[in-house]
Design a protein around this ligand. Structure first.
Ligand code: NAP
Ligand code: MG
Length: 502
């Protein structure tokens, strides 16, 4: 890694990092009630990028009150749906104007390559807000014919209203900080809710920058509130009695706590949790395409994707050939800071995550799995949180690295003999988020897609996302669907109105 290839942050990013970053509550930039702040680190070298407020339960309470006022009495609910849509479109335009700033903040904060943030995270964000800007004017109820057998001769007119839920708490992880905020905010606002957002402690920057643009776009005060902080800040939001719904993306472990915390006022809950997604390759697949595709399925975003293809299953006839190709790809991946132009894969998000992934790698090695590539920390990059892309060969179902979500660039490969075994193995974890199938045989593709218990099945591709495509989990990967028209179910409630015509 030569210094010459490392991009300096642009002047707007430097100015943002040097500014006094604050919470967004009721349209105002405010310090945390305690006055405390915490460090935000660059995972490529663990230097301090900046500090942000350490929001606590008092700040959550202030933010929830602001959201409640905005929802009950502010101008927000009086806006026409067209005006609501226009605000979201304006926000998308502002993000597009600041695309480079967002991409650099995301790369510095999370560690992902700048080129990826520029090409994927930020454009997907812009597209997503535009999708929901359009949807704001298309949310509607229905008219219903009813019979009412115990009221013969009576005439009724029955219609439904699809109404917002109210104050929504949203808690997001660090792997796609901007995009995870966007998946939650776009639909919630299109449907007319007010929001308190809690970003992950490791990656609060793009959410705070987004807060500036909500203000600039002209969203009324209190409609979007952003409180940075730690896990207990999220917990305060999840258990708050004046929050009507909590939407959570993160680990299955914290997902359990969210459900428990929601019990106090029986708030609605939606959960996007972990995964252990299989990539299943049949002998008839285009092996070059499949090898590239399954490598990308696990190594994209350094394996820190909830839907990472972390289990590779290959038909025994082509197993050796395919796994070797994937291991070769892994060995060629260039590690380095996200802000370096020649980086293929950046550091993991934090030391803690690096240590966690390393523990899994060591568990694989001590359980007898052979590492065909990687298998630890790369040499010469000690200052950052790097892990070498790792491919484990011929793993067995009982191994921890096969059953548990690692959330790092670690692939566990094993052979299968027939379609039934592929489906059974594919389903043999507690998760059910996603899967990919690689075959030229349309019949196999359909059978496997139907047989897998997963919220998304990709055929001859992996990690394909679109605002119009629903995403969410089966089993312990969560409930509710994000994106698409389906997400409206999580952010609206149905009111039935029955009128008797006399
Ligand atoms: P995490 O530890 O569960 O944290 C997620 C968020 O919850 C963070 O904002 C965290 O705050 C907050 N939090 C922690 N403890 C809490 C509590 N007791 N009550 C309320 N909030 C709490 O997950 P992560 O390590 O950041 O992210 C990785 C996980 O997210 C993986 O399991 C991954 O599969 C999952 N994920 C799922 C999807 C999906 O769509 N299914 C998408 C992306 C990621 P702090 O950061 O301050 O601790
Ligand atoms: Mg960071």
């Amino acid at each position: 890694m030569t210094e010459a290839t490392l991009l300096e942050p642009c002047k707007d990013v430097k100015a943002f990092l040097n500014s006094d970053l604050k919470l967004l509550i009721n349209g105002q930039r405010v310090s945390s009630a305690s006055g405390e702040t915490f460090e935000v680190l660059d995972p490529s070298n663990n230097s301090v990028l900046t500090r942000v407020p350490k929001g606590g339960s008092e700040d959550i309470d202030r933010a929830v009150r602001a959201a409640r006022n905005a929802f009950e009495t502010g101008p927000w609910r009086k806006l026409t749906v067209s005006e609501r849509g226009k605000l979201l479109w304006k926000l998308a335009d502002l993000i597009e104007r600041d695309l480079e700033i967002f991409a650099q903040l995301e790369s510095l904060d999370n560690g992902k390559p700048l080129a990826i943030a520029r090409a994927a995270d930020v454009p997907l964000t812009i597209d997503h807000f535009r999708y929901y800007a359009g949807l704001a004017t298309k949310i509607h109820g229905e008219t219903l014919d009813i019979s009412v057998p115990y009221a013969p001769g009576a005439e009724f007119f029955d219609f439904t209203l699809r109404e917002p839920i109210g104050v929504v708490g949203q808690i997001i992880p660090w792997n796609f900080p901007l995009l995870m905020a966007t998946w939650k905010l776009g639909v919630a606002l299109a449907a007319g809710n007010c929001v308190v957002l809690k970003p992950a402690e490791q990656t609060p920057l793009s959410a705070l920058k987004l807060g500036d643009l909500f203000v600039e776009a002209g969203f009324p005060a209190g409609v979007v509130n952003i409180v940075t902080g730690f896990g207990d800040t999220g917990a305060a939001l999840a258990e708050h009695n004046d929050v009507d719904k909590v939407a959570f993306t993160g680990s299955t472990e914290v997902g359990h706590k969210i459900v428990q915390a929601s019990a106090g006022n029986l708030k609605r809950v939606s959960l996007e949790l972990g995964g252990k997604s299989p990539s299943i390759v049949f002998a008839d697949a285009d092996l070059e395409l499949a090898a590239q595709g399954v490598a990308n399925a696990i190594f994209f975003n350094h394996g820190q994707c909830c839907c990472a293809g972390s289990r590779l299953m290959v038909h025994s006839k082509v197993y050796e050939e395919l796994v070797e190709r994937v291991a070769d790809t892994a060995k060629k991946i260039k590690l380095g800071p996200g802000m370096a132009s020649d980086t293929d894969m950046g550091p993991l998000v934090s030391r803690e995550q690096q240590e966690r992934v390393l523990k899994y790698i060591n568990s694989g090695l001590s359980n007898g799995a052979e590492a065909l590539a990687g298998g630890g920390i790369p040499k010469g990059l000690d200052a950052g949180c790097y892990i070498s892309p790792t491919v484990f060969n011929r793993v067995t179902q009982g191994m921890q690295i096969v059953q548990e979500e690692i959330f790092g660039p670690v692939l566990a490969a094993s052979p299968f003999e027939d379609l039934e075994e592929a489906i059974a193995k594919g389903n043999d974890t507690e998760f059910g988020l996603a899967a990919s199938v690689w075959t030229r045989d349309i019949n196999k593709a359909h059978k496997v897609a139907k047989g897998l218990k997963a919220g998304t099945v990709w055929v001859n591709c992996h990690n394909i996302f679109d605002a119009n495509a629903p995403f969410g989990g089966y089993k312990k990967s969560g409930y509710g669907r994000e994106m698409s028209l389906h997400a409206l179910e999580m952010y609206t409630q149905v009111k039935n109105v029955i009128i008797q015509i006399h």
